[in-house]
Ligand binder design. Structure first.
Ligand SMILES: C[S@@+](CC[C@H](N)C(=O)[O-])C[C@H]1O[C@@H](n2cnc3c(N)ncnc32)[C@H](O)[C@@H]1O
Length: 270
């Protein structure tokens, strides 16, 4: 996934616009975890949401990302017990059996998990935890808004062709084909939360927002970044402004609630 590595990618904006993860999920993660709390690694750490949160519970946290611009954003905010380094998930450059917990949020759909799962297994101590999770699309309470959003995000004449593949399709498939038990992990727990058919989860991401917040979220997307760079779009109305205008009569000028689909996986090294 190259877009997040471009020097023009605005990491501050990303940090402010993206959903964060609820404390209830970190409680699930720490309840599941049975080992020490010496070293945790956040893979594909982006602007560092997860690394900074884990730093409250682990002695040392290492954030890793393939993007130098994301890592330099983290460096600027770092805490005494956090370090950050540029490296691909598939090659963590971490000693064998040295890590208690590996976490990864909203990143492994860009990663070759046939390489990452063995790499995580190698780096974890026996009994160590691997957890990775994702949010999918924000779902409105207005069906017409969901229709407009889907066309905007995935339509062939909208952002559909601008997603890097196969990552986006893997995410849209909730990463159902990625199974850490095939790589030796045990005690695997997987939980999907679909706002259209809600079931219990501790990874519930819901926000009360207005159209300005929605615009900020949509303009943090890698696909939007790619759409903007495509000279074929130079003379067109901005694709996000167009959606926001179309949404206005549907959701109104005030606040509304959106809820993301989410999926998490917890697994343990034997
Ligand atoms: C959508 S961001 C998620 C960031 C953060 N974990 C969060 O929850 O907001 C995905 C991140 O994965 C990183 N990434 C993509 N492919 C990667 C790879 N092969 N190895 C490591 N990081 C990768 C990107 O640079 C980006 O920072």
């Amino acid at each position: 996934m190259a877009t997040y590595s471009e020097s023009s990618f605005n990491t501050d904006h990303y940090n402010n616009a993206r959903p964060n993860y609820p404390d209830s999920y970190y409680e699930t993660l720490l309840d599941y975890h049975q080992g020490d709390k010496n070293v945790a690694v956040d893979v594909g750490c982006g602007s560092g949401f997860v690394a900074f949160k884990l730093a409250d519970s682990f002695k040392n946290v290492v954030g890793t990302d393939i993007s130098p611009v994301m890592i330099s954003q983290c460096e600027g905010n770092k805490k005494p017990n956090t370090t950050f380094k540029v490296c691909p998930a598939e090659q963590l450059k971490i000693d064998d059996a040295s890590v208690d917990l590996i976490a990864s949020a909203e990143a492994l759909h860009w990663v070759d998990n046939n390489k990452f799962f063995p790499e995580a297994y190698r780096a974890l101590k026996s009994g160590g935890t691997l957890s990775y999770w994702f949010y999918l699309e924000p779902i409105f309470t207005f069906p017409k808004a969901n229709e407009l959003y889907d066309e905007f995000a995935f339509g062939p004449n909208h952002l559909g062709p601008y997603w890097e593949q196969p990552g986006k399709d893997r995410l849209r498939n909730w990463l159902r084909d990625d199974d850490p038990s095939k790589f030796g992990f045990v005690d695997v727990i997987r939980n999907e939360f679909d706002p259209y058919n809600p079931t219990p989860t501790t990874l519930k991401i819901s926000k009360t927002i207005d159209l300005n917040d929605m615009k900020s979220y949509l303009t943090s997307w890698s696909a939007y970044h790619s759409w903007k760079k495509d000279s074929a779009n130079d003379n067109k109305v901005d694709i996000v402004d167009q959606l926001i205008n179309d949404l206005k009569p549907v959701v109104g000028d005030g606040e509304f609630v959106v809820t993301w689909g989410t999926v998490y996986t917890l697994a343990r090294k034997k």
